[in-house]
Write a protein that binds this ligand. Structure first.
Ligand code: BTN
Length: 267
């Protein structure tokens, strides 16, 4: 990751105006949380060329080799209630999808979103987002939004080989990682600013649902201690997945403890 190339491409107003570009880090999320503890401001960004302990959701690892992908974390210091934080993660998924579209790559399909926030192409994951929150005196102290976009990685380790892909694998040519990162930050800033005005995802719901790979498909909802199936219909204005269960009832599934899988596989 070339700092100068990122900075020169950055069109944001405030996100990434304070930016740390590292050759190597354990995890950009962990580093962003450390910076938060040290007083870093709203919009602080950590980018790394490589992560030695990249973190995924549900305690999983995130494959983070050097020189190939984007690993970026945005630190936010929002003045809102805890229950709003999960919505940010859906905004980041939209921003990542826009960033890929902005590259105007020819040839392959555009990425779709697997609720709540994975980007997939042809059923394989090319981007993951891990949002973490810190509290102080019962209020949100910070939110870190960590996004990994698989750009030029050609091989994936072990069991994820079947499920993961990259832009280069899908489109057939190398993409400019700095361009992807800068475009993601700009799109995220636009979406987040709008979100702060309206405190809901209503303004982006149509765009999100148009990309929602689960829409109209049968999904398996994995709740702690309970599994059920239904048809995914879309999302609510606050980001829950609307699923019609087998009894014909409409249920709202919140992210967090619940995960959703396709009945026939990951999507
Ligand atoms: C997932 O499991 O889908 C979420 C993956 C999130 C990976 C990104 S890479 C940048 C940031 N730093 C981390 O350690 N994780 C996130």
């Amino acid at each position: 990751m070339r700092e100068q190339e990122i900075v020169s491409r950055l069109e944001t107003k405030w996100i990434g105006r304070e930016i740390l570009v590292l050759d190597e880090v354990d995890s950009t999320n962990v580093r962003a949380k450390e910076e938060a503890a040290g007083g870093a401001e709203d919009g602080f960004v950590v980018l790394a060329d490589c992560q030695t302990a990249g973190r995924g959701r549900r305690g999983r690892q995130w494959s983070s080799p050097a020189g190939e992908n984007v690993y970026v974390t945005v630190l936010l210091r929002p003045d809102f209630e805890v229950d709003k934080a999960p919505m940010i993660t859906l905004l980041a998924a939209c921003a990542a999808a826009r960033a890929v579209r902005n590259l105007e790559l020819k040839g392959a399909r555009m990425p779709l979103i697997k609720w709540p926030n994975d980007l997939v192409i042809g059923g394989k994951k090319i981007c993951g987002i891990l949002t973490e929150m810190g509290m102080k005196n019962g209020k949100v102290d910070y939110v870190v939004v960590g996004t990994g976009i698989n750009c030029n990685q050609m091989r994936f380790p072990g069991e994820i080989e079947q499920k993961a892909s990259s832009l280069k694998l899908e489109y057939g040519y190398e993409v400019n990682r700095e361009a992807v990162a800068a475009s993601f930050l700009k799109e995220f800033e636009d979406l987040y600013e709008e979100f702060l005005k309206v405190n809901s995802l209503a303004f982006v719901r149509e765009e999100y649902e148009a990309l929602l790979v689960n829409k109209g498909r049968k999904v398996c909802v994995l709740e702690p201690g309970k599994e059920w199936t239904g048809e995914a219909l879309g999302i609510t204005d606050t980001g829950e997945l609307i699923v019609k269960n087998e009894a014909g009832e409409f249920c709202e599934v919140a992210s967090g403890e619940v995960s959703v899988r396709g009945v026939y596989g990951y999507v």
